[in-house]
Write a protein that binds this ligand. Structure first.
Ligand code: 13P
Ligand code: SF4
Length: 348
């Protein structure tokens, strides 16, 4: 396919004007002539390719507001991947998300604009580790966070995301559950269930850097006039300081619904930018922790992926069939109403 001319023309200016209006608080007008042609040609090409662009909440605002067909958390993206009629899925997120889409769509082309977009949780556990845990805790069901490889999923009983982990754990007919590999997500679940939760020493390199002390300093700085919402991958002292804990989409829904005057989203920094573009009456305080893996995905790489239909994610069909079972089991779990707004009991 021919590489498009990336000149900023009056046609491109007109076609992208609505998108710029959204991005205007975040983006200097001088930058737009460089960015708009990418957005324009990606949106044109995705129609030609019958492609759908699934975008995680941590993508930068130009991707999130410019080219997404669907934005969401890991659960939402996996659900969308089961519904799409497109021939090509472009996954703007990290590798485990694209792999999940491929497992759910073995006959579609699934592209990830940068193959190196990994995840510290996914690289922190192997299928052999899961087998070792099964031998150590015979008969205990294994709930595996979707932030894992296909091999680890295939060795598990059921998957979960931060959006449904409690529902998944509660759905199991066992008093003890292995909830791996994120020790902090597991700990957060343990605080909300009567089941005994066993875990693994994995963590997210982005969320583990936040501290309760940091958040208390923000509360002092703003004389308590600040709402803190956090992702469950954060350590317990951080979650203890939060007014609300939820998945990335849960956090966004909370900010849109509750409209706090001032909010601190304790998570990857692009998310505050993405919500701030839409929710202009809320002041966002941004302690910035970037996910280096998510930030590998850029507009030029998305354009390249659509032009070349690569890099494509491949999963061995036999492995994909085994990894699909725990994902399908997860997708079949009915969400309990209370889990939609899981407010953490404050420590003080
Ligand atoms: P969500 O499923 O909440 O979007 O989380 C995915 C993730 O990688 C957070 O770091
Ligand atoms: Fe993985 Fe953390 Fe990045 Fe999410 S933010 S993709 S859990 S490293």
């Amino acid at each position: 396919m021919i590489r498009p001319d990336l000149t900023y023309t009056p046609e491109i200016e007109a076609a992208t004007a609505d998108i710029y209006d959204k991005l205007e608080p975040l983006m200097p007008v001088l930058d737009w002539p460089e960015i708009a042609p990418y957005i324009y040609h990606i949106n044109r090409l995705k129609k030609e390719r019958n492609a759908v662009i699934l975008v995680h909440n941590y993508m930068t605002p130009d991707i999130f507001h410019g080219v997404a067909d669907y934005v969401g958390d890991s659960l939402g993206l996996a659900q969308k991947a089961t519904e799409t009629e497109a021939d090509v899925i472009v996954q703007c997120g990290v590798h485990f998300m694209a792999e999940t889409s491929k497992i759910l769509n073995p006959h579609k082309t699934v592209l990830i604009p940068d193959m190196k977009a990994g995840c510290s949780l996914a690289s922190g556990i192997t299928a052999a580790d899961v087998e070792m845990l099964r031998q150590k805790y015979p008969g205990v069901p294994v709930v595996t966070y979707v932030n894992t490889s296909a091999e680890v999923k295939a060795a598990s009983d059921i998957c979960c995301t931060s959006g449904n982990a409690l529902d998944v754990v509660e759905s199991l007919d066992s008093d003890t559950v292995l909830c791996i590999p994120d020790q902090y997500l597991a700990n957060w679940i343990a605080g909300q269930t009567s089941k005994k939760i066993l875990t693994w020493a994995g963590s997210c390199e982005v969320h583990e850097r936040f501290t309760g002390e940091q958040l208390r300093a923000y509360r002092t700085k703003y004389s308590g006039d600040i709402t803190i919402i956090a992702h469950p991958e954060c350590p317990p002292d951080v979650l203890a300081e939060a007014d609300f804990v939820g998945s990335t989409s849960g956090m966004i829904d909370y900010a849109k619904r509750e409209r706090p005057k001032r909010v601190l989203m304790v998570t990857e920094c692009s998310m505050s930018d993405n919500v701030a573009a839409e929710v202009r009456d809320v002041e966002f305080i941004r302690p910035c922790n970037l996910c280096p893996h998510m930030k590998r995905i850029t507009l030029p790489k998305i354009l390249d992926a659509l032009l070349t239909l690569s890099p494509a994610v491949e999963v061995d069909p036999e492995l994909a069939a085994r990894a699909r079972l725990p994902i399908d089991r997860m997708l079949a779990v009915e969400p309990r109403k209370s889990s939609k707004v899981s407010k953490l009991a404050k420590a003080s």
